[in-house]
Ligand binder design. Sequence first.
Ligand SMILES: Nc1nc2c(ncn2[C@@H]2O[C@H](COP(=O)(O)OP(=O)(O)O)[C@@H](O)[C@H]2O)c(=O)[nH]1
Ligand SMILES: [Mg+2]
Length: 234
Amino acid sequence: MSAEGFRKIGLSLLAGNTEERGRVVEVEKGVLAFNQRLAEENRARFDAAGVRVVNVLSSPGSGKTTFLARTLRELPLRAGVIVGDLATDHDAERLRASGAPAVQIQTGGVCHLEAAMVARAAALLDLEALEVLFIENVGNLVCPASYDLGEHLRVVLFSVTEGEDKPLKYPTMFKTAQAVVVSKVDLAEAVGFAREEALENVHRVNPKAVVLEVSAKTGQGMEGWYAFLRAHLG
Ligand SMILES: Nc1nc2c(ncn2[C@@H]2O[C@H](COP(=O)(O)OP(=O)(O)O)[C@@H](O)[C@H]2O)c(=O)[nH]1
Ligand SMILES: [Mg+2]
């Protein structure tokens, strides 16, 4: 059955009574297993093309597009981007201004990107011409965490304006990322960001996470991000 078929059954069961919960869990497992197979196919395709892929996640408005736009302008690598949103192609338009190829996925209400969507979008890019492909996921700290897209590196943005407790409230997202980018640090003082507490919360859920602190507005910390990318993309 297709991922879409699984999703429809899942939604109808979710609308039903609690006894169906066990069945719902089975359907969810089926959807994720199906996605995982496609993610492995994506990774094999990316490896064959020699392109390294970075999945960028965060809640809406944490600064993903601004951060990627600056990265695309400044990073001396041939880069492309796939961007997911529920609706509109605003972000792809913003990212194309850097000169990089950008493909927009409109999920039509689905709250995360899936490997099948990324496969279709990637087919529109000349992967062999790229060294790095960024994927801006749908703004959401819950669902996207469970969907491998075939990426090599997963990065979560955590802006100083969204509250120090977010890693504790959304542990799966923070656990599955190799790096946590604390964004909008230019606003830290204005919003009374409790830096030590926030970093402690990140490391409590993910002791191995590399933490980078940046402002895509002023450029502060961006060199550290580029150094991290160079070290981790091989
Ligand atoms: N002060 C400040 N604002 C930022 C920064 N990065 C993004 N923003 C603003 O935050 C808002 C959301 O940014 P956007 O990149 O669209 O976030 P996304 O929804 O995660 O892609 C916009 O108004 C940006 O101008 C930053 O580093 N500093
Ligand atoms: Mg965006």
